[in-house]
Design a protein around this ligand. Structure first.
Ligand code: GLY
Length: 414
């Protein structure tokens, strides 16, 4: 397992539950990953990761984050004949370059927001005039979900775009898609596409979607408000055409294709694609997976997804709530002692072992707490009960993850 966040921790928990999995290693891992032996290896260094995979005799390498994928770690592993779950660097451009993703979608006839790339401050004001009254400004590069500003405030949109341009990145201006958002993860093996359960992320830092965007503050699955047949429609109208287009371009996708969509009055429209499992949605989705994860990911890695039996899911719901460090999503305070993290359902992300051996915070999103239950209300209650037992100085979390869905307040516009 390549990575060190709660997404990777949840993948490890699910892999450990697969009877075919005999040994787990993580690089670099985190102190909560007791399921694995952790190795202090630079996960973005293709040669170092390949050497580690050889040293431990890995039958399968699962790459969690986008940065090693874009850096070509999966290509190096494939060249060394190590089965790897994760797309090539070329295919990972579906996330790494928003402009590439738009080009693929246009060729595949997939509905998405109208977009313009702006690469010079001199062109910015005129371009901003062509959008609004809600502006969507995206950094055209990897930004872990935090490079997006959605705002009715033109000055704030302009300031974010200028900051990206001054950092040397082009920006993408997009029309705003009105409708509830869905994250649909699909296992993709060239043109074979198998969806997981749909989930919904909560991207803003504060309750009721207030405050700045984060990498994600919590998620739930399944989505009681999603119309019947919508997952099949998304697969047929969005994910399969994109998978086929990538094969046609000679960069077939192998791994996890994450479609971030708005369900608008005219159907699903793409907000973004990612080339890997989403964080924190994965923590909720995998909590309901009954099928053996190791065998499933190995089948994708070895081109045998079409031979797999249908995925089996537990009934009920799962909710994950992120406990974040003080000042996140700004520069997080580090080094605060964490108590109560040993409870079931707690996944580690930004944690480290302090000098006195105690667990301390070491990143923005510190823990992901997962609750499951027969319905959303029960799953929420379990997640928040666990959180009540955790202490982190300055830590904060949203108290409303999954609440609007539980209360029936989400609907697709007519
Ligand atoms: N949940 C947002 C992301 O994984 O990018």
């Amino acid at each position: 397992m390549i990575g060190s966040g709660a997404r990777e921790h949840s993948l490890l928990v699910a892999l450990a539950a697969d009877p075919a999995v005999t040994e787990l290693h993580a690089a670099p891992g985190n102190p909560g990953m007791v399921q694995a032996t952790c190795h202090d290896v630079d996960m973005t260094d293709p040669a170092a990761v390949t050497a580690l995979a050889r040293r431990v005799g890995a039958d399968l390498v699962v790459i969690g984050p986008e940065v090693p994928l874009v850096a070509g770690v999966s290509d190096a592993l494939r060249a060394a004949d190590v089965p790897v779950f994760g797309p090539s660097a070329e295919a990972a451009r579906i996330e790494g370059s928003k402009a590439f993703a738009k080009d693929v979608m246009a060729a595949a006839g997939v509905r998405t927001a109208r977009a313009e790339v702006v690469d010079s401050p001199a062109l910015l004001d005129e371009a901003l005039d062509r959008f609004g009254p809600t502006w969507v400004v995206k950094d055209d590069g990897l930004a872990a979900g935090k490079g997006v500003v959605v705002t009715p405030d033109r000055a704030a949109a302009r300031a974010h775009a200028l900051a990206c341009l001054e950092d040397g990145h082009p920006v993408l201006l997009e029309s705003f898609l009105d409708g509830p958002e869905v994250s649909l993860f699909c296992l993709v093996d060239d043109d074979e596409v198998v969806p997981l359960l749909p989930a919904q992320d909560h991207k803003r830092v504060g309750d009721d979607d207030r405050g700045p965007n984060t990498g994600g503050m919590g998620a739930y699955t399944p989505l009681p408000w999603l119309p019947d047949g919508m997952v099949e429609r998304i697969v047929a109208e969005v994910c399969e055409p994109v998978a086929r287009e990538m094969v046609a371009r000679g960069c077939g996708f192998s791994g996890l294709l994450y479609a971030g969509l708005a369900i608008t009055s005219s159907g699903p429209e793409v907000v973004e694609f990612n080339c890997r499992f989403g964080d924190p949605e994965t923590q909720a989705v995998l909590a309901l997976l009954e099928s053996p994860l190791g065998e499933t990911l190995h089948a994708v890695a070895t081109g045998r997804l079409a031979e797999q039996p249908p995925l089996v899911w537990r009934d009920g719901a799962a909710v994950t709530v992120v406990l974040a460090a003080e000042n996140y999503p700004g520069t997080p305070r580090r080094g605060d002692v964490i108590d109560g993290a040993e409870q079931p359902g707690v996944l580690h992300a930004g944690t480290a072992t302090g000098p006195d051996g105690r667990l301390v915070s070491a990143g923005g999103r510190v823990l992901s707490v997962v609750g499951t239950g027969p319905d959303l209300a029960a799953a929420r209650a379990e997640a928040y009960r666990t959180l009540d037992g955790i202490e982190l100085g300055g830590g904060h979390f949203r108290s409303d993850i999954g609440r609007a869905a539980e209360e029936g307040r989400i609907s697709v516009p007519d």
